[in-house]
Design a binder for this molecule. Sequence first.
Ligand code: SAM
Length: 289
Amino acid sequence: MADSGIPQNTIEILQKYDFRIQKKYGQNFLIDQSVLNRIVEAAGIEGDDCVLEIGPGLGTMTRCLAERAGRVAAVEIDRNLIPVLKETLAGYDNITLINDDILKVDLNGIVAELNGGRPVKVVANLPYYITTPIIMKLLESHVPLQSITVMVQKEVADRMQAGPGTKDYGALSLAVQYYAKPEIVANVPPNCFIPRPSVGSAVIRLTRYEKPPVQVRDETGLFTLIRAAFNQRRKTLTNALYNAQGLHVPKERTAQALERLGLPSSIRGEALTLEQFAALDFLIYAFYF
Ligand code: SAM
């Protein structure tokens, strides 16, 4: 392929294949070389790394990754992109292309097969319509991974990094921060993509902890409690947990637990740290049942 720059190459590929961009798949192709370099640099790819790329699109980032990593597994849902990728990735013998839905594919199986079960690095310009489910699948399914370096909507990056008492703080912040250390590494404007998204974007790196920063009774239980606290974020924590369907924590139990933690009974979930939620969960459940 002639190297006339990414924007020109992208337009040429789209025209050559008469490719119809699928909005439903969140297709916004990255066309800025410096942003591309920034993502790959932030991911800290080394020669013996195995990288999992989600949604290779036209293969622009896939090629950069394949030049630095030992192996790249790229999972793309859109079957119309497979012939395009076969051409744009021709000449690389370290790329495994998988035509599947990232939310359905057996990630542990891929990592076992391609990297002998050793941790991989995830790098992607994510489809925005399913950012949260993808991040949560990667973190909760305990796929062996070192880090996730991804382009997401700026607003979602802010939510992942937010701390207590801020408007962006919520269940996503706590889930991400339980598993990983989040760092926003770049802000990216809409003109770096074809077509331009209607929102600003950011690159965020999540470095997975070997061990979570807090000890919990049971992960699923803790996150059920956290989601209930934020489902009615304008209500007091006591009311939110009482009103939560399937949970109905008696108000006096939450009040006693808060008292033990030295927190006011009028507190809202948005003011609690991860450590405080973990302690609250212990006090509400472990000590009463
Ligand atoms: N990596 C390319 C780039 O940077 O130009 C494309 C990024 S584009 C924002 C998102 C890509 O994810 C598209 O190629 C889209 O078809 C793909 N995609 C969308 N949903 C997917 C899913 N559930 N599983 C795998 N890939 C998906």
